[in-house]
Design a protein around this ligand. Sequence first.
Ligand SMILES: Cc1ncc(COP(=O)(O)O)c(C=O)c1O
Length: 382
Amino acid sequence: MRTKKLSKKEVLAKLKQAQEKDLKYEDGKILCSMCTTPHAAAKQAHEMFLDSNLGDPELFQGSMQLEKEVVAELAELLHAPQTCAGFIVSGGTEANLMAMYAARNAAKTEAPEVVVPESAHFSFDKICRILKIKQVKAKLDADFRVDPASVEQQITKRTVAVVGNAGSAELGTVDPIDSLSKVAVAHGVPLHVDAAFGGLVLPFLKELGYAAPEFDFKLAGVESVTVDPHKMGMSTIAAGGILFRHSKTLQYLKTETPYLTQPYQCTFVGTRPAASAAATWAVFASLGHEGFKKTVAHCMTLTTQLYEGLEEAGFEVLLRPQMNIAAFHAANPKRLTQKLRQKGWYVSQVPRLSCIRLVMMPHTTTQHVTDFLQCLKQVYTK
Ligand SMILES: Cc1ncc(COP(=O)(O)O)c(C=O)c1O
């Protein structure tokens, strides 16, 4: 630690200097992130609850109430029954970890296995390593969605859970969750749906006239769902969400906490920021269902503009986007990513599929998409 302290002015100047190096979502150059500028109400709520700790909830009963209310709103949106339970956690990784931990502990199987789509988020690589679960990958179909027959083939007596994507991180694809649900029920294994991104998109798509498959607790086999407010929920970081169909599942997550105001915790993170739960509550309250629908409509309009623009310019689009993520083939995605970066654009590549991936978030505008397409045409060489 430094021996000579800085003045308040110097501290602020240093912080500003660092912040200036960060990209700003509003500039529209970030086309690779699943996060966005938080809603103004979220920022305000976050600041109000900066010192509140959900890890010691009896001390912060107002914060605890906000978390309960926001979890109830997510549960209602995703058709969870009254028996459900959930938490606002640090993100999709912790949410998926909790689901896998509960499934593994409930199954009490030696040498546990989990069947995930080839397109599962890399958080499952970490989770399976930590929990010592063997990760078995099921094949995808031509539309990059998991093949339920491949999932079924991989199920053994050691399988503790099956995972499906409702909005894959790479392409935004939605696996056939209804078929996975039937497979899960038939084999008596829980189905976990990773809707970290899609959980706050898909519920609004159908109302907007887009095709949107069922993916939530309406389907009998779905035992848990990840849904992250810090992605399409426009909340502050870190706000992930995990919902379990039955509160009795929490018994598999409990750790005793003798010196705290509650006898046990279910989350991995101990001291938990009430700020992001409060921020999530504030966005939900400020936007309501119609506000979210409008935001999703905006992102989908941009996705169509992008998709049509790419096609018009002769790019080979991987598939018609199911949600607000588009991808197109590139002969050398790494080189193209670098060229675009030199022009100030940040896109991501999926080397496995030799493609460039673009995410249309609430901060993106029509002008950003137009400018990006123009730049892409200039820098692209086969
Ligand atoms: C589908 C999916 N699952 C899980 C995660 C991990 O979420 P986080 O980065 O919030 O831990 C992501 C992140 O992008 C995701 O898209």
